[in-house]
Design a protein around this ligand. Structure first.
Ligand code: BEZ
Ligand code: FE
Length: 530
């Protein structure tokens, strides 16, 4: 038996096969999914019964997207929502398992992605193919898990009142989803995630509405009195009236309007960045149901961040650092090659044009601390020295303060500029860096305190290395075994930057006299790339 058609054609083939035992070849022209299930629904005397048997499952199914291209848009919409219902109900089925969940989520994504494309251009074969494949996935779930409330209600309505199958599915699905939200919130959350929306039921309602699908049982011709005595009444009442399930209002048109306002942006990059920013901001607000008070708090927070900032206090940099954004952008921009030394964030304490110093100089300006001798070499990715590289270094004192934070310190201290010698080397004395808190007396501190985060940076020395024809390297070296290495508050620590700062033996270099506690040394080779 060869059947070419939609769900009822397939159903007829199944009914005949169940009675005669002849094998079936099914060529579906809609998205009903019945062709991959061993289930047969039959209506007799106003009662729809379903049965399940291996004889009913079609032996062969041929999906040919060309057979679906002429399916009219209204039928495409209702048939696709029927398929969507299979995937949604699979998620809260008692037999659901991780494998069926994964198929369901993929089907939901595929159906909701392709359906608007197909309705915009019914001859779009790629979108039709995605829809057909997703509907097949959704249909296959019916053979693995049992369908729930939605299918039971649709069958009852269909059998009792002779309502059209796919249209009934289309009207009912958002209302059943809203009802199920209370019973199976985890399953509905998976649908919301797949759709990338805060409220799955409202989103499905809006999708159907935007594609011109039916939204009430009333418009399918059901008399109001028919509902009497059917449970659960609240679902049917809402479906009969076609009211939108509660949830965030549909703001997609507003977002689209704002994005379109940037259509004339001359720079393609600016256009890309600003429209994607708007999209993410709108999505953030909708997804979290952001209140006006929360948004005003955020605006006030940013205002205060600006007000506390000046050329020494860079609160916006600190905010970007403590949110990890600086490290993300830094990694994207600077750490693309495994052959070069990893980069790390600049931070707010770099000061342009530090004092030039000679090799072997002491940059500590006499500030107390454990003496540290630093000896580094700058090489390229082949290990060849980079002579003449300009190297800025800066760090905090033993109490964790940079010079710009110390009112009693006059002039630049613990910061210097060196020029690498012919072997790409440079050396200097400084003090052993310690962990320190980032400034906590501003909005960023409020954020850290309000989220129970500590304000500490792991101990480090900063380096900025500039050489003609090489990429600039901005990085930090961290003291192995130091505090907060696993929880640096600006997310700057990387394995390749964790270095031994061991206690040193023997005579201190450059004629330096050290106390009874001795001295430490740091030896490191930086690799920079072109
Ligand atoms: C710093 O290492 O100087 C630093 C980096 C980011 C935020 C605060 C401080
Ligand atoms: Fe620092």
């Amino acid at each position: 038996m060869v059947a070419v058609g939609g769900g009822s054609t397939t159903g007829l083939a199944k009914a005949l096969a169940a009675r005669t035992g002849v094998p079936q070849v099914i060529l579906p022209t809609t998205y009903a999914g019945s062709e991959v299930t061993p289930v047969l629904g039959e209506t007799e005397n106003g009662r729809k019964t379903t049965r399940r048997s291996p004889d009913i499952l079609p032996e062969t199914v041929i999906y040919d997207v060309d057979l679906t291209v002429e399916l009219p848009v209204p039928t495409t919409v209702t048939s696709a929502v029927n398929a969507l219902a299979h995937a949604v109900e699979a998620l809260y089925s008692p037999e659901a398992n991780p494998a069926t969940d994964a198929v369901a989520v993929q089907a939901i994504r595929g159906i909701t992605h392709s359906l608007p494309l197909v309705t915009a251009d019914p001859s779009d074969v790629d979108a039709r193919a995605e829809l057909l494949e997703s509907a097949w996935l959704a249909g296959s779930l019916m053979a693995q898990v049992s369908m729930g409330l939605h299918h039971k209600l649709c069958h009852q309505l269909g059998g009792q009142f002779d309502l059209p199958h796919a249209e009934t599915h289309t009207v009912m699905l958002p209302h059943v989803m809203a009802y199920k939200e209370k019973e199976s919130p985890e399953a509905l959350a998976k649908v919301a995630d797949a759709l990338d929306v805060p409220d799955a039921a409202a989103a499905v309602y809006d999708l159907v509405h935007s594609l011109g699908g039916p939204s009430s049982l009333r418009e399918l011709g059901l008399a109001e009195s028919s509902l009497d005595g059917i449970e659960p009444m609240s679902v049917l009442r809402a479906a009969w009236e076609g009211t939108r399930p509660e949830g965030a209002p549909d703001l997609s048109a507003l977002t689209a309007q704002v994005i379109a306002s940037f259509d004339e942006t001359p720079s393609p990059r600016l256009k890309q960045l600003i429209t994607d920013l708007v999209r993410h901001l709108h999505h953030f607000a909708v997804h979290n149901d952001v209140t006006e008070d929360e948004w005003l708090f955020a605006i006030d927070f940013l205002t205060r961040t600006g007000q506390i900032s000046d050329d020494k206090r860079k609160e916006f940099v600190l905010l970007s650092d403590t949110l990890g954004v600086s490290s993300v952008v830094d990694a994207l921009t600077n750490s693309r090659s495994p052959l070069t030394t990893p980069s790390a964030v600049l931070g707010p304490f770099y000061v342009e044009g530090p004092p030039a110093m000679e090799h072997g100089a002491d940059i500590s300006g006499g500030l107390a601390g454990d003496p540290l001798w630093v000896s580094t070499q700058i090489v390229d990715v082949d290990g060849k020295a980079v002579p003449g590289a300009v190297v800025d270094v800066w760090q905090a004192n033993k109490d964790g303060f940079y010079d710009v934070q110390l009112p009693e310190v006059d002039g630049p201290v613990l910061r210097a500029r060196f020029v690498a010698d012919d072997e790409g080397r440079l050396t200097f004395w400084t003090t052993l860096p310690r962990e320190y808190p980032v400034p906590e007396d501003g909005p960023v501190g409020q954020m850290l305190q309000g989220t129970n985060r500590h304000p500490y940076r792991a101990p480090h020395v900063h380096f900025m290395i500039v050489a003609p024809n090489y990429h600039k390297l901005v990085t930090q070296l961290f003291v192995k075994g130091g505090a907060y290495m696993d929880s640096d508050t600006v997310f700057g620590v990387k394995n390749g930057l964790i270095v031994d700062f061991p206690k040193a033996q023997g005579e201190p270099p450059a004629g330096r006299a050290v106390g009874a506690d001795g001295w430490h040394r740091l030896d490191y080779t930086f690799r920079i790339g072109r």
